[in-house]
Design a binder for this molecule. Structure first.
Ligand code: LER
Ligand code: MN
Length: 274
């Protein structure tokens, strides 16, 4: 498995679960100092990040980009894939196409999290899920053109009412033949929604495409009450070789959160080696 840590460049997301903020170069330098394999980037839009500058930082620090997030599409631009207005859905799709291209040039997959939206008002659940399936198909085709998968993230009940649990999301992907979409399993959301975190990862199996490595309180693993041992065993048993990426609050401060994440990552790797 590989380690990653988050960098947010989205001022509207202030207070959110990202360790490093505002400065891509400083975030890369800090990630390298702590020994991470990669960074996960949350840009305000695709054009806000220069491909050349990002590639130079990757080379300079020997870091990969684990994934690129689209959350700014919702928190900054108010775009959702299940919005009742077709013009908003089209803008949401265009925004994500841009991020998929940026991520593709950096060798990374793209995350669909809060931009999935929710069903409400005039939009039935059935309608929202039909739109979601269509959009994930189009977006995952674009990702495939970059030899990347698309990452779809079930969120907790306070953030979406589409899919809260991995098994339901996995069944939806299979039902719609979305073969180039994998699940982003965020241990923080899972702590709220799943009966058993390790069991859910085992059931999700090969569809686990990325993991947000967060404790029960969204702090670094080890600073809450999630037990990493059964999670490590489950990841080992399903043969997971992807990233454990710290999408966590920078508490008590970014440096402590990063150091704690790295210590927990190494402990999990040791457990999976047994
Ligand atoms: C995004 O990865 C996520 O987990 C959401 O809760 C938005 O912060
Ligand atoms: Mn997440």
């Amino acid at each position: 498995m590989k380690s990653a840590i988050t960098i947010s460049l989205v001022s509207e997301a202030r207070g959110g679960p990202f360790v490093y903020w505002d400065d891509l170069a400083a975030g890369f330098a800090a990630a390298a100092r702590h020994g991470f394999d990669a960074v996960e980037i949350f840009p305000p839009s695709a054009n806000a990040v220069s491909v050349g500058a990002a590639r130079e930082l990757m080379n300079q620090h020997s870091l990969k980009v684990a994934a690129v997030g689209t959350g700014a599409g919702w928190v900054k631009h108010k775009l959702r894939l299940t919005d009742p207005d077709p013009a908003v859905r089209a803008k949401a799709r265009e925004f994500i196409y841009g991020i998929i291209n940026l991520a593709g040039y950096l060798g990374a997959p793209t995350i669909i999290g809060s931009m999935q939206g929710r069903w409400e008002g005039a939009v039935s659940r059935e309608q929202a899920l039909t739109w979601l399936a269509e959009e994930l198909k189009a977006l995952s085709e674009r990702a495939a053109a970059h030899q990347q998968v698309l990452l779809y993230e079930p969120l907790n009940r306070y953030e979406t009412n589409l899919f809260n649990r991995n098994a339901d999301a996995a069944a939806f992907l299979r039902q719609h033949g979305l073969g180039n979409v994998r699940l982003l399993c965020d241990l923080y959301h899972m702590n709220i929604e799943e009966q058993n975190l390790a069991e859910s990862l085992r059931q999700t199996g090969a569809l686990v495409g990325h993991v947000h490595f967060a404790d029960s309180n969204r702090r670094a693993i080890g600073l809450g009450h999630t037990d990493p041992a059964p999670i490590a065993a489950a990841l080992r048993d399903i043969g997971y070789a992807g990233y454990l990426s710290a999408e966590i609050l920078p508490l008590p401060d970014a440096e402590t959160a990063a150091a704690q994440t790295m210590a927990s990552f190494r402990a999990v790797c040791e457990l999976t080696a047994k």
